[in-house]
Design a protein around this ligand. Structure first.
Ligand SMILES: Cc1cc2nc3c(=O)[nH]c(=O)nc-3n(C[C@H](O)[C@H](O)[C@H](O)COP(=O)(O)O)c2cc1C
Length: 228
C-alpha cells in the first residue's frame, strides 16, 4: 500500500518570509517524518499560470489530507484562497469521490488575539462539511508576525508552544486522527505579553516607514485610537 499523501496549500503572497509557509512546512515535516508523502503548493504563485493552477487543483483533489495555511486578511480568508476553495468545491461536486479525505487549516493573524481567527476556521470547517471532507480540526494563532522567522529544531523560546502543538498535530494526523482540542488550545496561547508584542510591532512599523522615506513614521503608534 502506498503512503498516505498530505498536500499543503499556502495562502500567503509573502514567499519564504511568510509565517503561514513556515508553520505549514513545519507541520509537513512532522508528517513526513512519520511516513506520509508530502507536497507543497503556493496558492498565490500558482494562480498566476493556468497550468500551475490545474496542477495545484489536481494535487488538492488527490490528497488524503489537505492542509490550508494562510493569514487572516480583513477578518476573512485571502481572496486567492477563496478562489481555490471554489475550484475544489465545484470539482468535488461534479465528480464526488467515494472516499472522504481529511481537511485541516492553519490560520494566523497580526492581531495579538487568537480568537480573531475563529470565523475563518469556522468557514474552513463548513467548507469541509459541505464538500465531502472530514474536518480534522484546525490550528489558529494571534501574534502571527512572531512566527515569520526561522524556527528552532526543538520547541524552545517564544515558539515553544507553537512548535509543540505542531508536533502533536502531526502525530495525530499521521496516525489517521484529528487534531485534539488541547493541541489547538496550546497552539493559540499568547507567545508573549501583549505590551511586548506591541513594542516589537511598533518598532517594526517605524523601521518600515523610515525605509520608505516617510517622516511621519516617528508618530506611528499601533495602539492609537484617534476616534475612540
Ligand atoms: C491586506 C492585509 C489584511 C490583514 N488583515 C488582518 C486582520 O483582519 N486581522 C489581523 O489580525 N491581521 C491582519 N493582517 C495581518 C496578517 O494576518 C499577519 O501579518 C500575518 O502574520 C501574515 O502572514 P504571512 O506572513 O503568512 O503572510 C492583514 C495583513 C494584510 C497584508
Amino acid at each position: 500500500m502506498s503512503a498516505a499523501k498530505a498536500v499543503l496549500l499556502v495562502g500567503s503572497p509573502r514567499g519564504h518570509q511568510s509565517a503561514s509557509r513556515r508553520l505549514g512546512l513545519r507541520l509537513l515535516q512532522g508528517l513526513s517524518s512519520r511516513g506520509m508523502t508530502v507536497e507543497t503548493h503556493s496558492i498565490y504563485g500558482d494562480l498566476d499560470a493556468p497550468e500551475k493552477e490545474e496542477a495545484l487543483i489536481a494535487a488538492a483533489l488527490s490528497a488524503d489530507l489537505l492542509i490550508f495555511s494562510f493569514p487572516l486578511y480583513v477578518d476573512h480568508l485571502p481572496a486567492p484562497v477563496i478562489r481555490t476553495l471554489d475550484r475544489i468545491a465545484s470539482e468535488r461536486r461534479e465528480n464526488l469521490p467515494t472516499f472522504r479525505p481529511r481537511l485541516t487549516a492553519l490560520v494566523q493573524c497580526g492581531f495579538p488575539e487568537t480568537h480573531q481567527n475563529r470565523t475563518a476556521l469556522d468557514i474552513m470547517r463548513r467548507f469541509a462539511d459541505l464538500n465531502g471532507f472530514t474536518w480534522a480540526g484546525g490550528l489558529a494563532l494571534g501574534m502571527g508576525g512572531a512566527a515569520g522567522r526561522p524556527m528552532p529544531e526543538k520547541p524552545k523560546g517564544m515558539l515553544r508552544n507553537v512548535l509543540s502543538a505542531l508536533d502533536q498535530a502531526a502525530a495525530a494526523l499521521a496516525g489517521g486522527g484529528t487534531i485534539p482540542e488541547e493541541t489547538s488550545m496550546l497552539m493559540g496561547k499568547p507567545m508573549m505579553p501583549k505590551w511586548l508584542y506591541f513594542l516589537g510591532a511598533n518598532w517594526g512599523w517605524k523601521q518600515q516607514a523610515r525605509k520608505n522615506g516617510k517622516k511621519a513614521g516617528r508618530a506611528l503608534d499601533l495602539r492609537a485610537r484617534p476616534y475612540a
